[in-house]
Design a binder for this molecule. Structure first.
Ligand code: TK8
Length: 339
């Protein structure tokens, strides 16, 4: 048998073993993967992490073990990113927004009202533009595998109902550690204070800050309803999460090991989006049941906020680069006329 033929057979066997989840004959060694995330185990982030861990075990024939460590026990998003870059931790999932200090192109996803719906987000994030932004991480020591859904963000606070722009005045509002969010909420008149998510509950509880903004799922899973009375439906931005690996570690893996991780990441992504959307559809009612007072903005007020918020767009475009900005706008226009 020629070498080429033997290689071909070995590859074919390898592929079918991988497909059946029995990867034992492949170039897969034992690995313990420390995977950190910020939310609770009983959150959409926790549930999807569990699916990821199961998939990694299945596809690697039990050789690769993903140890999930939630509730920011390994640190905030930013601390974990640094641990990945240094090689002290293997993997994590967190907000793209907290990566902007490392990779400026990530700020593209912070553009207020960029996506009109989840389908647009999926198409752009899973397409060439999402790949382009993801690839930028590599020069900084990170590998971005897939985007998960955090979701459309909404505003909560403990002071008073926010029904119009002026109601934002003087609200001490926690924002993610990211200049776009800082500028966006300053523009709306809030006193915006950047804080890691891991410090948010206690900051709200002690009234160090009055409010915050996050998707319904997180307001529910992090029990913000216990300490935040007022919720305003703003849907001001679609927030992605991204599954990251340490590049230092990734580069030491075999092709097969990387294939296992990538396949598992994709399965977890598909599960996560479905799960998150199903939960989000019920979460607002649940938050009302828990006692939150929900304000839906009158169209004129929503338009005033939107107008103010989109003033940060020019700055984002300059920061992420005009080519990336224009290509994104063109892709969105294409998606919108396709229907
Ligand atoms: C969790 C965070 C969270 C984000 C935030 O670590 O910080 O508000 O929405 O999901 O990444």
């Amino acid at each position: 048998m020629t070498l080429i033929r033997r290689t071909f057979i070995a590859c074919a066997v390898g592929a079918s073993l991988l497909a059946s989840g029995l990867a034992s004959a492949q170039d897969i060694k034992p690995h313990l993967i420390r995977f950190g995330y910020g939310l609770n185990e009983q959150s959409n982030q926790g549930r999807a992490t569990k699916v990821l861990a199961e998939e990694v075990a299945k596809l690697s024939g039990g050789k690769m073990k993903l140890r999930a460590i939630g509730a920011a026990a390994l640190g905030s998003d930013i601390q974990m990113q640094q641990a990945l870059i240094g090689g002290a931790q293997e993997m994590m999932v967190g907000s793209t927004a907290t990566l902007v200090g490392i990779t400026k192109e990530m700020a593209l996803w912070d553009t207020p009202f960029l996506f009109n719906n989840a389908q647009e987000a999926d198409a752009v994030l899973d397409g060439p533009l999402g790949d382009r932004v993801r690839a930028k991480l590599e020069e900084k020591g990170l590998v971005g595998l897939v985007y998960w859904e955090n979701g459309f963000r909404n505003l909560t606070n403990s002071k008073h109902a926010v029904a119009k722009l002026e109601d934002m005045n003087g609200i001490k509002l926690r924002v993610m550690q990211n200049n776009v969010f800082l500028d966006s909420f300053k523009t709306l008149g809030a006193n915006a204070i950047p804080l890691p998510f891991s410090e948010l509950f206690s900051a709200l509880e002690t009234k160090a800050v009055d409010g915050q903004e996050n998707p319904y799922n997180t307001i529910l899973s992090s029990k913000f309803y216990e300490i935040q009375k007022y919720l305003t439906v703003t849907n001001h931005v679609y927030s992605p999460w991204i599954v990251l690996a340490s590049k230092k570690w990734w580069d030491s893996l075999s092709k097969d090991e990387r294939a296992v991780l990538m396949a598992a990441a994709k399965t977890s992504r598909d599960f996560e989006r479905k799960d998150t959307r199903a939960e989000a559809a019920k979460a607002l009612d649940e938050l009302k049941t828990k006692g939150m007072q929900v304000t839906v903005l009158a169209p004129t007020e929503a338009a005033r906020m939107r107008d103010k918020l989109t003033r940060v767009n020019a700055g984002i475009a300059a920061n992420v680069g005009m080519d990336l900005w224009r290509d994104t706008q063109a892709e969105l226009a294409r998606l919108r006329t396709k229907k």
